[in-house]
Design a protein around this ligand. Structure first.
Ligand code: ATP
Ligand code: ZN
Length: 284
C-alpha cells in the first residue's frame, strides 16, 4: 500500500513541499512535467497538482493527503482534516483600501465593492463583523481592481505589502494568517493512517530541528551556575570538564525565537568560544 500525497505542481509552495519531504528522508525524483512520481524509500506516491484542486482531490480520496495553503483549504471549504501546520508558505489574507482613505475599522467597509479571489472567506469575515458590502470575485491581478474603477477595496494575499503599495493601496484588515498545512482525507483506513503517522513523526522532527539550534560554549566553573540558569536545554544542559583546570564545556539546545537574547546574556555572564550549529532532526 502506498499513501498518495498531493503537492503543488509549480508555484510558491512547490519547492518547500519537496524540500520538506527530502528532509524527512524521502527520496522522490520530480522530473519536470510529471503528473506523479513514487518515493523510492517510503510508501508514498506523489501527485503534482494546482493548489486550488488539492482540497477536492483529498476530499474525494484521489489523494489521501496533501500540502496546501490554509487560505485555499478555508476558501474551498471541503470536508478534509487539517493534520499539521508545515511552517512554510507564510502569508496574510488582507483587506486593502486606497492609501488616500482614512481607515478606522471594519465598519468602514460597509457599502464598498471588494474585489477578491477569496469570496467565501471574505463573505464569512463580513458576516462575522455584521458588515454589508459587495463582493466581486476575480481570479487574478486583484490589486489593480481599484485603480481601474472595478472596486473600492480588495482582499488578497500579502507577504511584504510592496505590491499593495505599488498599486496605491494600504493594508487595512488582516483576515487570516496563513501557512502551508498538511490535510488528510477523513476516511483513511488503518494502513493509510499508519503511514501518515510515520510521515507526521518525521515532519515534526524536521520542524523542531528547524526551530532549534545546538549550542556549545566554554565557561569558567565559577560562572557555571549562572550560565546554566540561562539555558533551557531539552532536559538540562550537558556539562563536561575541559582539559584546562577550572573550565567546563556546556552543550544545550536553543529555540530560534529567543536565540539572540540568550546568546547576549551568556556572553555577558562569562561564556566564551560560543558555537552554534544547526540540528538536522530533533526527536523528543
Ligand atoms: P497554482 O498554479 O498552483 O494555482 P497559484 O498561482 O494559485 O498556483 P501561488 O502564487 O503559487 O498560487 O501561491 C500558492 C500559495 O502560496 C498561496 O495559496 C499561499 O498559501 C502561499 N503564499 C505565500 N506567500 C504568498 C504571497 N506573497 N502571495 C501569494 N501566495 C503566497
Ligand atoms: Zn492556485
Amino acid at each position: 500500500m502506498k499513501l498518495k500525497i498531493a503537492i503543488q505542481k509549480s508555484g510558491r509552495l512547490h519547492e518547500d513541499s519537496i524540500k520538506l519531504l527530502k528532509e524527512c528522508g524521502i527520496d522522490i525524483n520530480n522530473g519536470v512535467n510529471k503528473l506523479k512520481t513514487e518515493a523510492s524509500n517510503f510508501p508514498l506516491e506523489v501527485f503534482f497538482l494546482r493548489d486550488d484542486d488539492i482540497p477536492q482531490y483529498v476530499e474525494d480520496g484521489v489523494a489521501d493527503i496533501g500540502m496546501v495553503g490554509e487560505n485555499v483549504v478555508l476558501e474551498k471549504n471541503r470536508q478534509v482534516q487539517e493534520v499539521e501546520k508545515l511552517g512554510f508558505g507564510k502569508c496574510r489574507l488582507s483587506v486593502a483600501v486606497s492609501k488616500t482613505v482614512e481607515y478606522t475599522g471594519v465598519q468602514d467597509l460597509a457599502g464598498l465593492r471588494i474585489a477578491t479571489s477569496y469570496p467565501v472567506i471574505v463573505e464569512q469575515f463580513l458576516q462575522k463583523n455584521n458588515v454589508q458590502a459587495e463582493i466581486h470575485e476575480i481570479s487574478g491581478s486583484v490589486e489593480i481592481a481599484p485603480g481601474i474603477g472595478l472596486a473600492d477595496a480588495i482582499c488578497d494575499l500579502v507577504s511584504s505589502g510592496s505590491t499593495l503599495f505599488m498599486n496605491g493601496l494600504k493594508e487595512a484588515e488582516v483576515i487570516l494568517k496563513s501557512q502551508a498545512v498538511l490535510i488528510a482525507n477523513k476516511g483513511l483506513d488503518a494502513a493509510q493512517q499508519q503511514v501518515l503517522n510515520k510521515l507526521l513523526f518525521r515532519i515534526q522532527a524536521v520542524k523542531k530541528a528547524r526551530n532549534n539550534k545546538y549550542i556549545l560554549l566554554n565557561a569558567p566553573n565559577n560562572k557555571l551556575d549562572e550560565i546554566i540558569r540561562l539555558l533551557p536545554g531539552m532536559k538540562s544542559p550537558t556539562v563536561l570538564p575541559l582539559a584546562e583546570e577550572g573550565w567546563s564545556s556546556v552543550h544545550s539546545v536553543l529555540n530560534e525565537n529567543d536565540f539572540w537574547d540568550i546568546i547576549e546574556s551568556l556572553k555577558a555572564a562569562g561564556a566564551q568560544g560560543i558555537l552554534v550549529v544547526p540540528i538536522e532532526k530533533m526527536i523528543i
